[in-house]
Write a protein that binds this ligand. Structure first.
Ligand SMILES: [Zn+2]
Length: 113
């Protein structure tokens, strides 16, 4: 499952950060998800507990922020928020869009003890 391996990657990143920054317990994990990243927040939440069990983030709370997809229309130059890759420009209805944001998923911050 896609989200489970994402959660496992998150745990790996957290444990690497723990080694370099010298903390032992993570109490909260803040994750940002772009709307175009194909990551389901609910599925990520579902996988988070099993993925973190036995890790230093096992008791951490998960906070997810979803960011809109961002695009710039190549036809009329409008900057817009989109929900899907196949959305059209809301100004001129062109499908010729440059995706400028909302494709990534990242750990934004950790609360550590
Ligand atoms: Zn346009």
């Amino acid at each position: 499952m896609h989200e489970l391996s994402l959660c496992e990657n998150i745990v790996v990143s957290i444990e690497e950060a723990a080694l370099t920054e010298g903390f032992n317990i993570v109490t909260a994990v803040y994750i940002g998800i772009g709307q175009l990243s194909c990551v389901e927040p609910a599925a990520l939440r579902f996988c988070f507990d099993p993925a973190t069990s036995g890790s230093i983030a096992r008791n951490a709370q998960l906070f997810i922020t979803v960011y809109p997809g961002l695009a710039k229309c190549k036809q009329c130059g409008a900057s817009l928020e989109i929900e899907n890759y196949y959305d059209a420009c809301s100004c001129c209805e062109s499908f010729d869009l440059d995706i400028t944001g909302g494709e990534e998923m990242q750990i934004e911050s950790l609360e550590v003890a």
